[in-house]
Design a protein around this ligand. Sequence first.
Ligand code: ADP
Ligand code: MG
Length: 232
Amino acid sequence: LKDELNKADRLSLVGQMAAGITHEIRNPMAVVRGFLQLMKEKSPSNLDNYYRIVMEELDRANGIINDFLSLAQSRSVNKEESQLDDIIQELSPLLWADANLRGQSIEMKFTEHLPSLHLNTKEMKQLILNLCRNGMEAMEEKGQLTIETREHLEGIELRITDTGPGIPASKRDKLFQPFFTTKTQGTGLGLALCLSIMERHNGKILVESEEGQGTTFIVLFHRPSSRNISVS
Ligand code: ADP
Ligand code: MG
């Protein structure tokens, strides 16, 4: 019951805030972006670097707003029969590029003939990217990220493991709260979004972490046949 109340509180607070900022912030940002594009065409090339930074920051702000809105969206999303491994494969060029830039490596372990799941592909990609990026951001150079799918009796499991510093026990229950971050450039919305995505997919997300050893985020999906009746 306590969890349900927390969930309701969280969603209504976030929802009210999100409704307030949607149009107010997105529209002027779109205008600024459009005029910047025009300015680039007319300005000397020594401004290229400034232009790039401004565009990146604008896109970053837009990304935060998008995460925030997805988080506030508590209604169910369209799902279709999909293969989890296919979704990971589609993301893998992006993940590899990210890991290469950081001097890190990725290992992927797929289970053959994994049953298909009812998934919203866009949300699944967001979830996987968020968990992988967190893993990479936690690791130094030479770190290794492992992405693994497994099947067992209750369902299908996606495990994302890093060789980073781990998460101290004192922080573990705050991880999924919106705006909890330990990073200077962080938004603290990534894991909150992952949690709400798994609530919409009738699944679970768990953390196993050992300080100094690394962290595993475990995403659990029920088998399509044994799925519970949807909770909100
Ligand atoms: P952000 O990445 O913007 O900080 P998140 O919601 O994605 O927000 O993560 C919240 C916090 O959880 C992070 O700031 C970090 O302290 C912690 N965290 C998440 N994933 C990991 C990980 N793999 N290893 C260590 N700490 C992590
Ligand atoms: Mg994050």
